[in-house]
Unconditional design. Structure first.
Length: 116
């Protein structure tokens, strides 16, 4: 389910976080759906369980997943809000970059044409 790039400079735990967030955004992982326990995920990916634990901790702090003791780990119920916030954040990043480019004298039309 999760694709890791072992050649990437992005740490493995961050790749796990990004992949799970992406699957939630795409609706592949749905609210209240159970995800594999830490040890199972680590075994599937062939990595140390502490790496998965770190990724899950970050996802939990972001509100993407919820761990219920003795029951398991689940995608949080209110992921729509989290996905919307992430999209808004990325759009704001793009606006800032476009603003920087405009300060360098690049028009919006040029930016759009180069992106295409």
């Amino acid at each position: 389910m999760i694709n890791l790039d072992y050649q990437s400079r992005t740490p493995i735990y961050e790749q796990i976080v990004l992949e799970i967030e992406r699957y939630v955004a795409l609706g592949i992982l749905k609210p209240e759906e159970q995800i594999p326990p830490i040890r199972e995920m680590a075994t599937e990916l062939g990595i140390n369980p502490n790496t998965v634990k770190k990724a899950y901790s970050i996802l939990e702090s972001k509100g993407v997943i919820v761990t219920i003791s003795t029951k398991g780990t689940y995608i949080a119920y209110n992921t729509k809000k989290i996905v919307d916030e992430k999209i808004d954040s990325k759009i704001n990043e793009l606006k800032n970059i476009i603003g920087e480019l405009e300060k360098l004298g690049v028009s919006k039309e040029e930016i759009i044409n180069k992106i295409k």
